[in-house]
Ligand binder design. Structure first.
Ligand SMILES: [Zn+2]
Ligand SMILES: [Zn+2]
Length: 345
């Protein structure tokens, strides 16, 4: 998609660029039991099915049964699911797209920012510009109708349905201008966005990763058959299955972490802390904490809310790569803490 900034269009307010919730914090969303919100306003007769999303998602899922064939099965491959999840998705999407680009929860040199966001591109979860735009709108209107992926429409919609149909309100140049003007001024992010070159970057990383697997196969077996088999295992587990796995754990934050889990804070939307997906996403699942204090780079607030991404950022801070980490705003959070007796009721 070609994105041209439109100087004449509505200028972004500071709230647009920091993903601030613009609704009354005291407001409680109530929907009569059994009723659902309609799709966002941007889903209308002009919306088209996004085959560029639908086809890869179907094809990648169709590859799952191969994992159970002895030829393709590999314990190293299983390990790559988790290592790849941390490297490409926790660092790339969690730290890069989310805590850095969307919420500006820390500072770092440009080379490191681009390293993180390029890892994020290799998670095949859209360009940094598009991802951040959708997420800033999510924070601004969480669980209200403009929210691109609220479970109040349906659980399936929030998990993956929203990806497959064009939300025309979010595809307009004016939406990029308003919500991600900061990123669209950056030549690298604009380059990734124009002509969907982020898909090309994902494809190149898949080829490089598979080539490394081929090299490992040759060194380990010294035979053509062994080289081909190990290369195929790396491509299947390290690229395709890892991508499917990280899609679902990331999507689960939009679906499960707005439906199931506990709340530490009174927020006006449905966000929840979900321990399972917090574990699988290295901390993103502490989602009620995150909605209560979006700028904080630390999502785990209680001692047992393990947030591996935060600890990694702290380590990088000690190395001098990351600085100005935004810590939870304790006094503001204390005012919003869920009363223990209310929570138990
Ligand atoms: Zn949310
Ligand atoms: Zn966020």
């Amino acid at each position: 998609m070609a994105i041209d900034l439109q100087p004449e269009s509505t200028k972004p307010t500071p709230d647009d660029l920091i993903a601030k919730d613009i609704h009354d914090p005291q407001e409680k969303i109530r929907l009569p039991k059994g009723q659902h919100l309609p799709h966002p306003e941007g889903i209308n007769e002009k919306s088209r099915l996004l085959w560029e999303y639908i086809i890869p998602v179907i094809v990648f899922h169709l590859a799952i049964p191969l994992a159970f064939l002895p030829y393709f099965f590999s314990w190293w491959g299983v390990l790559w699911l988790f290592v790849g999840n941390f490297l490409f998705t926790s660092l790339g999407v969690g730290a890069g797209y989310h805590r850095l680009l969307t919420h500006r929860g820390f500072k770092c040199p440009k080379w490191f920012e681009y390293t993180l966001t390029t890892l994020g591109v290799c998670s095949f979860q859209d360009s940094p510009g598009r991802w951040v735009l959708v997420h800033r709108v999510h924070h601004q209107h969480s669980d209200h109708r403009p929210d691109p992926h609220t479970p109040r429409v349906s659980a399936f919609w929030s998990h993956m349905g929203w990806l497959f149909i064009d939300n025309v309100e979010l595809s307009k140049a004016s939406a990029y201008d308003r919500y991600v003007r900061d990123l669209m001024k950056d030549k690298y992010y604009l380059w990734l966005q124009r002509g969907q070159k982020w898909i090309l970057v994902y494809f190149i990383h898949a080829v490089i990763f598979t080539a490394i697997g081929v090299g490992v196969g040759y060194l380990a077996t010294g035979t053509l058959a062994g080289t081909v088999q190990v290369g195929a295992q790396w491509a299947l587990w390290g690229v395709i299955l890892r991508t499917v796995y990280t899609w679902h754990v990331t999507w689960a934050i939009n679906s499960f972490a707005h439906m199931w889990g506990y709340r530490n804070y009174e927020t006006r939307e449905d966000s929840r802390n979900n321990w399972l997906f917090a574990l699988l996403t290295s901390g993103e699942g502490w989602h009620n904490n995150h909605h209560a204090d979006p700028r904080s780079a630390r999502h785990g607030h209680r001692w047992w809310e393990f947030d591996l991404t935060w600890h990694t950022l702290r380590f990088l801070e000690k190395l001098g790569i990351v600085r100005d980490l935004v810590h939870p705003n304790k006094s503001a959070l204390d005012r919003r803490a869920v009363n223990e007796s209310d929570a138990a009721a």
